[in-house]
Design a binder for this molecule. Structure first.
Ligand SMILES: [Zn+2]
Length: 230
């Protein structure tokens, strides 16, 4: 049972798109969910300045999380320059100790974006550091499950090995929440994110034997799980 889930993305919107339907499902089942973005993703708009877009991204990420019933945190690293260092991993480890998730969802480790690759490494490192005895104010915390979300930008070597059915209620909650994000609507570089992830949920649902599903890479043999909340 998943009682608490932490989704760690490089940019605001990454986990909203890829893990969002699963987070919505788990929240509807009574779990708590937190989305953390390591950078605002402020350089993702071809016409707005980074300062303008940062403000917009934070407002969009906050509204999305609120709409699906998740908490939202954003760290202030620079979009495109996210360092893969122990300092950043320790920031994340602190969040893991505070939130005590039993499941972490993050990027797959190969991506066309270096920030995404660094986030996958940082999340894994943070999971390790959160479980180490250290001079920290919060007790250490072990995270049971570690899942990589399916993202069209992170597909090299991504092998789906866990399918999570997405109920109609969770799907519609996600789709009405994600519409608040300009990039997801295709207003930045024109990629039809919402169409892509909606179609992908149908495709993965066909393979899992449900109307809709999300797929994750887990380093384990393939399985279909309901990844149920408490
Ligand atoms: Zn991203």
């Amino acid at each position: 049972m998943t009682r608490s889930v932490l989704a760690i993305g490089a940019h605001i919107g990454d986990m909203d798109l890829t893990a969002g339907p699963t987070l919505a499902k788990l929240v509807l089942e009574g779990a708590s969910a937190t989305i953390v973005a390591l950078t605002p993703g402020e350089r993702g708009h071809p016409r707005l300045t980074p300062a303008e877009y940062k403000k917009q991204k934070i407002a969009e990420g906050t509204a999305f999380a609120e709409a699906i019933g998740a908490d939202f945190l954003v760290l202030d690293h620079s979009d495109g320059f996210l360092p893969s260092t122990d300092d950043v991993a320790l920031q994340l480890a602190q969040i893991i100790r505070e939130k005590q998730p039993d499941t972490i969802i993050t990027h797959w480790k190969h991506s066309i974006h270096r920030d995404h690759e660094h986030t996958a490494v940082l999340a894994e490192r943070a999971r390790f550091l959160a479980g180490l005895p250290m001079d920290a104010t919060l007790p250490r915390h072990g995270v049971r499950s570690f899942l990589h979300a399916e993202n069209w930008e992170d597909m090299e070597g991504f092998t789906p090995s866990l399918y999570v059915p997405i109920s109609d209620e969770a799907f519609y909650r996600w789709v009405s929440a994600i519409r608040h994000q300009a990039f997801a609507r295709g207003e930045t570089y024109g990629f039809r994110y919402i169409d892509y992830y909606t179609a992908l949920m149908t495709t993965r649902g066909c393979l899992a034997g449900y109307p809709r599903a999300c797929a994750f890479h887990t380093n384990q043999s393939p399985e279909v799980t309901k990844l149920a909340g408490p």
